[in-house]
Design a protein around this ligand. Structure first.
Ligand code: ZN
Length: 92
């Protein structure tokens, strides 16, 4: 996954990126604020980012990020990866 997409994201990309974040297929993008603490980001994921049209936002602080891996916004790639991992016995 070396190709990157940058904000603004399309509504479809936003939906796919947020599906990816909740899929357990890969580690979700998390907050990159250098000053963050686990107490500030109590979601168990150190601040999993939320995709919006304007880019990623951290739900706990003002951190934003304007790019994603193209594969994260590819609904078919996500479905195929889920299917593959399920066949291998992973519970998603
Ligand atoms: Zn944050």
């Amino acid at each position: 996954m070396t190709t990157k997409i940058t904000a603004p994201f399309t509504p479809e990309q936003v939906a796919n990126l947020n599906n990816y974040q909740q899929s357990n297929v890969g580690h979700p993008f998390t907050c990159g604020n250098p000053d963050k603490t686990n107490e500030d980001h109590p979601d168990g994921n150190r601040g999993a980012l939320v995709a919006t049209i304007k880019g990623w936002i951290c739900p706990f602080c003002l951190y934003t990020q304007d790019w994603a891996h193209a594969g994260m916004a590819d609904a078919r790639a996500l479905d195929e990866t889920k299917e593959h991992l399920t066949k291998l016995g992973f519970k998603l």
